[in-house]
Design a protein around this ligand. Sequence first.
Ligand code: SAH
Length: 344
Amino acid sequence: MTTVNGKHNILSLNIDMLKQVMLEYGEAAFRAKQIFGWLAKGTESFEAMGNIPSKLRSRLNEDYYIGLPELVRMQESKTDGTIKVLYEFEDGRRVESVFMKYSYGNSICISSQVGCRMGCTFCASTINGLERGLSRGEMLGEVLKMRNITGENINHIVIMGMGEPFDNYEEVSGFLRLINDKDGYNLSMRNITVSTCGLVPVIEQFGEDFPQVNLAVSLHAPNDDIRCETMPVARKYSHAELLKACRDYTEKTGRRISFEYSMINGVNDSDECAKELAAKLKGWLTHVNLIPLNEVKGKDYNASDKRRIANFKSILEASNIAVTVRRTLGSDIDAACGQLRNNS
Ligand code: SAH
């Protein structure tokens, strides 16, 4: 656990750990539930915890800090109301999070690592490599702070910001349990989506640990040759191994899997690619999400044009595969998929 001046981030503690702390302090166990409740509300200081005795508040203040990130910058899209924020944690590391409004409610896209070491060639988040993983409390802090900033309720979470969540699985799992706790934020597992570039062993583990959380897999290619060109992870886990893990996941959990497929002009968007993909996914419980590539400064890929995307989509549909084209939110503020970074 990271410490600042010898203090721990209290947001990383679950209710059992808080009970343990109360026991050590010689306080009643019910205080743990009260404190946990205050934290889930986004309370920014121990002083503000009205029903906690002042002696306990100052004791907490000696040993812990409430690790909500600092807001460094906020940008609001002029076209769709999307809000992107740049956060800074106690050690000066920065990540971005994005708030989006949908017809079904408000959603936040959070980061799971500072930087990323997966090296996908079309993605901005990986340009400077991995700095460190975020703790469970820091991820919770991204959500709580966003609610404080916007004053809006947040009822959907996607872990699709900077970083590879399955490269920081222990903390991501801890975060999922914290945000789901009925005495805390109480967010349903079904309202959470985790996206991975395809770390096969963790996909299996995730299916066992969190069968109710939605899984999205960044596929981006119909075969190994094309996938290896843009995604170094493809050299470690083959296309066939990845699809097998995904298929096992759908069979075991009964949950549909979502495949993300960024449409990159001249790389993975031909009719042949669509046919090859269709043949491999036909008859499964899946959904393909086509993402028109978002252009990233310093990378020379272009998005496929609308007609190409429409053709690709109709080839998949002809094989009865469910396909949607992702609406690009916040592109005027570089808040769209693959555009999040930490040095801006
Ligand atoms: N590391 C995880 C989480 C990132 S999610 C993963 O790879 O799934 C972000 C999604 O946007 C992923 O599907 C990613 O491949 C995709 N993406 C990255 N760069 C992009 C870009 N420039 N345009 C469109 N999508 C992009």
